[in-house]
Design a protein around this ligand. Structure first.
Ligand code: ADP
Ligand code: MG
Length: 699
């Protein structure tokens, strides 16, 4: 047997049952998958412990000793096997909850074993459950290496008897019987440049390290290789896009843009905003389709940049659209953009799920005829009946809120894909962006408009509730408005909803009518009612807005100065940051108060401390990334895209940059991979198949 694409079923010891479990639990079906199933850690098996050296903080260790006695015990109908295991310094217990028969008949008493496993300590006794055991004489014969690989395991894999030893044996069998010399897959010049070990050595040492140096060399090389091929796929796609697709070229800056910029813009753009508009202008003016990600912290002023980009599109005779993730946000964009357009004679319309049938028909007709210049909306924009006359620019706000499929539908609204600008206030660290959005160009608004006072953030426990209420009262007396946000998540919906209502009630008692008026906003309300409450709050008719996270993104009420977040320990970092971004949008001092119970977990504490410490979205994103890993940051739909096998987007940024630069050099030199020395790359790429990237709708 040879060939990495063969099923693992050909290996000794793999029957249909194990085959199934390995597939289900780890996605391993071919030899290749198996070899790419990398250990998640290594154990130093060079060290042996004496029993009198054990402490209750020991984790996985190995001991040499002998079993002196085996006892069968029955408690609560559960039987287990206990063995007394001794060395010359003490005694511990070995425990088995399953497989008694086999153990009972195979284990030798008074014979030296090497046992290995996790040490537990209870009631003055050390024990080890389900130890790995090997007769000392066999152990010696094999001349063990010092480092033992430990592979990921799951409850199911353990219960079906797929032990660490079995996985090691499978890999060992293949490497030593079938594939004695693993094929190289990196070009020679890179191996020389970075002084990499060969693929053959790397594969062997990652599973069976000769020593720590070999292990580290293998890890480094395999990480590089993983990034190299990932970046190669992304960057090839990027080049193809730029070559193949003729986008709309918006060659001129015309009346709409100029008259708005010179006569109607009510504030001075920040230098960051100007730079971004220039970048966008350059993209739009080129023959290529724009594909740009605009990152800017909450309140950094992305909307105006989006708007001015739309004006460029209109100046060249093309329509634009802006898609937002929620009805509230779409409504708000609609109002803001309509107001901005008041004096320059544009037709703006809005399409959301709640637009009635009778209104929808004429709207869609107008859109098709080109009578609507800018269409704002929610997901409703991507439905089939929505046809533009000529969509030149599509903008997506808070893009992380959209699913992959939803976005790609928008692209397909034209024969030629429209220019695309996606905006996000959830900053993505640069290296992550280069992997996830490697074929997007990135713009950044790294400065807030002038005059903003940094929001002051405090952590308060329930016992301080009275003083928080008093603080709210003081702020209201200064004419300021308050948000109070409650968590409402699907899993605990009922209880959460009750908390929200209870909270609303007790706040209503503390802030009674007629002096105080309170709005409430949650997902269960009808759209009309939501809009009505939002409007009352926006116009200052109510002083307090009690809400769930429906207000999380984009809502802009500059007069609101306090954000209270109830049960804040239950929110994620980026959510907290988004919510906090609802205040501090005007020029007054704003506050964010994070309420929690008296006890919070370490993770929650870290999140809250981070919020108290910094207002910087990038710092927060970094902590978030470290706490949760990249997959989760991007939302569940996209997490699959980032399942790297060995490299880590956070920890291995340097390797990733090296790999990316190497790819750029390679493609600059030999774009079509035609040179002899690059055939190895071309072949490997073909074997990997297409990288499924969220932007690969463009083929
Ligand atoms: P975000 O980036 O979160 O979408 P917005 O575009 O909603 O931010 O802008 C936040 C607020 O800042 C808005 O009220 C907007 O009018 C205002 N704003 C934007 N740019 C500037 C600027 N250059 N100077 C002053 N205010 C600005
Ligand atoms: Mg916004």
């Amino acid at each position: 047997m040879n060939g990495l694409q063969k099923s693992i079923i050909y290996l000794n010891g793999v029957g249909p049952n194990r085959q199934k479990i390995l597939k289900e639990e780890f996605g391993i079906s071919t030899i290749q998958d198996l070899l790419n199933f990398f250990p998640n850690r290594y154990i130093d098996r060079g060290r042996f412990y004496k029993i009198n050296e054990l402490t209750n903080s020991n984790s996985e260790i190995q001991i040499i000793g002998s079993i002196t006695k085996i006892i069968k015990s029955n408690t609560n109908n559960k039987s287990k096997l206990i063995a007394k295991f001794e060395d010359d310094t003490g005694i511990i217990e070995l425990i088995w909850f399953r497989g008694h028969k086999w153990i009972g008949s195979n284990i030798k008493i008074h014979t030296p074993y090497v046992i290995f496993g996790k040490i537990n300590y209870f009631n003055g006794i050390f024990s080890m459950a389900h130890p790995e055991m090997e007769l000392l004489k066999d152990f010696k014969i094999k001349k063990r290496v010092n480092f033992n690989s430990v592979y990921p395991s799951t409850e199911k894999s353990i219960n079906s008897g797929i032990t660490q030893n079995i996985i090691r044996k499978m890999i060992y069998e293949y490497l030593n019987n079938y594939d004695k010399n693993f094929k190289e897959n990196l070009p020679n010049n890179l191996i020389e440049k970075f002084n990499f070990i060969s693929k053959n050595q790397a594969v062997r040492n990652i599973h069976f390290p000769k020593n720590i140096v070999c292990l580290n060399n293998s890890i480094e090389r395999l990480k590089f290789e993983e990034f190299f091929y990932l970046q190669l796929q992304i960057l090839i796609k990027n080049r193809e896009r730029k070559k193949k697709i003729n986008g709309y070229s918006f060659s001129k800056i015309g009346n709409y843009f100029n008259s708005f910029f010179h006569e109607h813009l009510s504030f001075k753009l920040t230098s960051a905003q100007i730079n971004v508009i220039k970048e966008i202008r350059k993209d739009l003016g080129s023959r290529y389709q724009m594909n740009r990600l605009l990152q800017g912290d909450v309140g950094s002023g992305k909307t105006i940049v989006a708007y001015m980009s739309m004006l460029i599109s209109l100046d060249n005779g093309y329509q634009s659209c802006l898609m937002a993730p929620t009805e509230i946000l779409a409504q708000q964009h609609y109002k803001v953009i309509k107001k901005l357009s008041d004096n320059i004679g544009l037709t703006i319309d809005i399409l959301t799920g709640s637009v009635s049938k009778s209104k929808r028909k004429p709207l869609l007709d107008d859109l098709k005829l080109g009578k609507i210049d800018i269409l704002i909306g929610t997901h409703a924009l991507i439905e089939d009946p929505v046809v533009f006359k000529n969509l030149g620019l599509a903008i997506i706000d808070e893009q992380h809120r959209f699913g992959v499929a939803q976005r790609s539908l928008l692209w397909k609204k034209n024969l030629l894909p429209p220019n695309i600008l996606v905006m996000t206030a959830t900053p993505i660290p640069r290296t992550l962006a280069m992997s996830l959005y490697g074929d997007l160009d990135i713009s950044l608004i790294d400065k807030l408009p002038p005059g903003r006072k940094p929001i002051k953030t405090f952590h308060r426990t329930d016992s301080k509730r009275l003083s928080v209420l008093k603080f709210i009262k003081d702020e209201i007396s200064k004419g300021n408005q308050i948000y109070i946000v409650y968590p409402l998540i699907e899993e605990s919906k009922k209880i959460d909803f009750k908390d929200l209502m209870d909270g609303f009630e007790s706040i209503s008692r503390y802030f009674p009518l007629p002096k105080y008026k309170i709005s409430i906003l949650h997902g269960k309300m009808k759209n009309n009612d939501k809009e009505y409450e939002m409007k009352r709050f926006l116009e200052g008719q109510t002083q307090i807005m009690v809400a769930t996270t429906v207000i999380e993104v984009g809502v802009d009420v500059p007069n609101a100065s306090v954000m209270i977040i109830e049960s804040s320990e239950r929110f994620g970092l980026s959510q907290l940051h988004q919510l906090r971004g609802r205040v501090g949008r005007g020029n007054k001092q704003s506050y964010c108060i994070l309420m929690t119970g008296n006890k919070v977990s370490n993770d929650s504490k870290l999140r809250i401390d981070t919020m108290v410490k910094t207002n910087n979205g990038f710092e927060i994103a970094d902590v978030d990334l470290k706490m949760r890993g990249p997959g989760n940051i991007m939302g569940t739909q996209q997490s699959g895209l980032l399942k790297l096998k060995i490299a880590d987007l956070v920890k291995d940024q340097d390797i990733m940059i090296n790999a990316r630069n190497s790819v750029i050099d390679l493609l600059d030199d030999d774009e079509n991979l035609e040179k002899n020395e690059n055939q190895i790359v071309k072949q490997t790429l073909a074997e990997i198949g297409t990288y499924k990237n969220i932007w690969n709708y463009i083929s």
